[in-house]
Unconditional design. Structure first.
Length: 128
């Protein structure tokens, strides 16, 4: 039992697990922000453009069940916004990474110091 607890502790404290936990928390918060954006800004704006229609009110009753397809349409729009935001974020991150790698490759090496040049001369004269 002690080994099991020790292995679990090592697993839980790995960098990847902690990074994943942080990503989940940030993703949840981002999801809430996106939901608020869709529910409070985009959907009312679309409703105004469509002549005062509120998509979340769209539903129909089938036998004794209410099918709220307007809420589903809002969820699809929310998904598209989240996917687009993640796409843009990854694109920007890739561009920044590429730029950083390119600038590291282009960096010229500084010229050797006078001491290094002197040591090279000494080395070359000893070889002869």
């Amino acid at each position: 039992m002690k080994n099991f607890i020790l292995e679990f502790k090592q697993f839980a404290m790995r960098g990847n697990v902690i990074d994943l936990a942080v990503a989940v928390v940030i993703g949840t918060a981002f999801g809430r922000i996106t939901s608020s954006l869709v529910d409070n800004i985009i959907m009312p704006f679309l409703g105004i453009l469509m002549g005062g229609i509120n998509l979340s009110d769209y539903s129909f009753t089938f036998i004794h069940s209410t099918i709220t397809y307007g809420v589903f349409i809002q969820s699809v729009i929310e998904f598209i916004l989240i996917a687009f935001a993640v796409f843009v974020f990854v694109k920007v991150l890739s561009k920044v990474k590429e730029t950083l790698i390119r600038t590291e490759e282009v960096k010229p090496t500084p010229p050797p110091s006078e001491e290094v040049l002197l040591l090279r001369e000494i080395r070359d004269s000893v070889k002869q």
